[in-house]
Design a protein. Structure first.
Length: 92
């Protein structure tokens, strides 16, 4: 897989922004088939930073009730990437 196929988008939420400022950890939505090694290589290639660790989360989709029945949104895989203290990623 190419680096642009592994990393779908950065997650820019209030919690992720605080975590990036205080702990130098960034959150990304990644492909469900991606492993930690693939995520590490993709971040290093795309953003030219040194990755220290990668933590992944498999988040199951939410079930909502609509007028025509129940609908489940797609499951998502997230990656929390900690980078070297001297490096920085500009997401905005």
């Amino acid at each position: 897989m190419h680096a642009t196929d592994v990393i779908r988008r950065p997650l820019v939420t209030e919690k992720a922004t605080i975590d990036s400022e205080e702990n130098n950890r960034y959150a990304f939505e990644v492909d469900r088939r991606a492993t930690k090694g693939m995520v590490r290589r993709a971040i290093e290639d795309l953003y030219k930073v040194r990755v220290e660790s990668v933590a992944t989360q498999n988040r199951k989709g939410e079930t909502r009730r609509l007028k025509y029945g129940r609908v489940t949104s797609a499951a998502v895989k997230r990656a929390i990437v900690k980078i070297h203290p001297e490096d920085h990623i500009d997401l905005i």
